[in-house]
Structure formats: structure tokens, C-alpha cells
Design a protein. Structure first.
Length: 156
């Protein structure tokens, strides 16, 4: 029987089993119900000249429970950890437009690094998808205003 040098065997195993980076699989980081909204966000960014690549973003996205009127939240820290949580109760009753709004808003924080903007136009409507929702302005995100809000989101 032929003997193998255990150190050579371990070195060979290490070289074949380890890579600099595991392949990114969106489903490992983002709840499957949220993936279409992430993909749409990337497409809308691309239409506006912004390359959106979640591969190295460090963003995870899942459902949670919030008290009060919070629909979503982006949490991040200095290590690169970024997590989006969407309130499960809100999600169950939200329209497609409302779902898109909350996911895009949280990606505005977590991916684009945007802060809240509560400016309003002459009618009191929020001028940014990144409004705080505190009632300083009236959210007017709808299919008819969507392009204007997304232009502002990706170009500011």
C-alpha cells in the first residue's frame, strides 16, 4: 500500500477546496419574495446610468415584525454589515406599488447611502422617495409619479 504525506494531502485539499470568494447567490442573502424588487431596483438604476451590483454589497434582506407604523428599516455598521428588514404584516396587505416603494426606499439607504429628505413641492407632496414618512410632506409615489421619484433617487 502506498503512503501519502499528510501535509501534502492537506495542502492539496486546501488548494482545491478554498477559493478567494464563494459565488454570490441572491437567494442566500435576500428573501425570495423580495428578490423581484431588488432586480427591478438594479434595472431602474441601469436605465439611469447607475450600475447596481449586490454581489459585494453585504446586504441581506428579510422579513421581521415592527411595532407602530414602521414598514421597513435598513441597519448598517462600520464593518460593512447591512440588513433590510420589512415588516411582515405591512407586506401582507401592501399593494405592489407600496411594496416597491418600501424596498426601494430601504435600498436607497442601504445600497445608495441616501438619508431622509423631507422637502416638499408647492402642493405639499414629498419631492423624494427618501422622505422620512413623518408627515412633513405627503408621499405621492404612484405609477404616474414613479419615474420622477426614481430619477431623483438615482441621480442625487
Amino acid at each position: 500500500m502506498r503512503k501519502c504525506n499528510p501535509l501534502l494531502w492537506l495542502a492539496a485539499l486546501w488548494l482545491t477546496a478554498c477559493s478567494d470568494e464563494d459565488p454570490y447567490v441572491m437567494e442566500d442573502y435576500i428573501h425570495t419574495d423580495l428578490i423581484p424588487y431588488f432586480e427591478s431596483f438594479a434595472m431602474e438604476g441601469k436605465l439611469r446610468g447607475i450600475e447596481v451590483d449586490f454581489t459585494h454589497s453585504g446586504i441581506t434582506a428579510l422579513f421581521g415584525e415592527f411595532s407602530g407604523t414602521i414598514a421597513g428599516q435598513c441597519t448598517s455598521d462600520e464593518t460593512g454589515f447591512r440588513e433590510i428588514r420589512i415588516d411582515a404584516g405591512y407586506w401582507r396587505t401592501a399593494s405592489q406599488t407600496e411594496k416597491e416603494y418600501v424596498v426601494f426606499h430601504e435600498l436607497g439607504h442601504c445600497y445608495l447611502g441616501r438619508s431622509h429628505i423631507d422637502t416638499r413641492d408647492e402642493r405639499g407632496r414629498c419631492t423624494s422617495l427618501m422622505n422620512s414618512g413623518l408627515g412633513v410632506c405627503r408621499n405621492a409615489y404612484s405609477p404616474s409619479t414613479r419615474d420622477d421619484y426614481l430619477d431623483e433617487l438615482f441621480t442625487r
